[in-house]
Design a protein. Structure first.
Length: 164
């Protein structure tokens, strides 16, 4: 009879533990959540399970968004800070392109030009980090550095009359 009760106890505890286990989350997503939580930052938008937008105050455009994405396997975290500049391709000053090329060669971030549906050109700054080594202080440094660089670019473009 003891064997029967041991069997029932094992089955019951198996049901309890199976019901209490949660599906493993994406490790990179957990790192981002933890960093934001420890920094006291809100995640302002969640377009899908692999993307989050953080909103920051910017004196030039009021709100500057940083997109934080991660892959399915949870190996990396990608950061993108968006410029507010969006101009027809023929209006992009050659000096701006030279500035961006120089910046790409001097830092770990990467500027890219994005072509919109109407042929307008936008600009974005990207950075990739390994999720396993990302800590709140580094997360903050990445965001702050990117925000500063994009703000400086927009300020230059504003002086040239290209910020709408």
């Amino acid at each position: 009879m003891k064997l029967f009760w041991d069997f029932l106890e094992g089955v019951a505890s198996g049901f309890v533990s199976a019901g209490s286990e949660k599906t493993p989350a994406n490790p990179a997503g957990e790192v981002v959540e933890t960093c934001c939580q420890q920094l006291g930052w809100a995640i302002d938008e969640r377009p899908n399970a692999h993307e989050m937008f953080l909103h920051f105050k910017d004196p030039l455009i009021r709100v500057r968004k940083v997109l934080v994405c991660f892959d399915d396997e949870g190996f990396y975290v990608a950061f993108t800070a968006f410029s507010a500049v969006c101009v027809p391709a023929q209006q992009v000053p050659i000096e701006a392109l030279g500035y961006l090329l120089k910046r790409n060669g001097k830092s770990f971030v990467n500027w890219e030009m994005c072509i919109g549906d109407g042929g307008d050109i936008g600009f974005a700054l990207n950075y990739f980090a390994l999720a396993s080594g990302l800590r709140p202080a580094a997360f903050k440094l990445i965001c702050d550095t990117m925000l500063k660089e994009v703000h400086e670019f927009d300020a230059r473009m504003d002086k040239a009359g290209l910020l709408r």
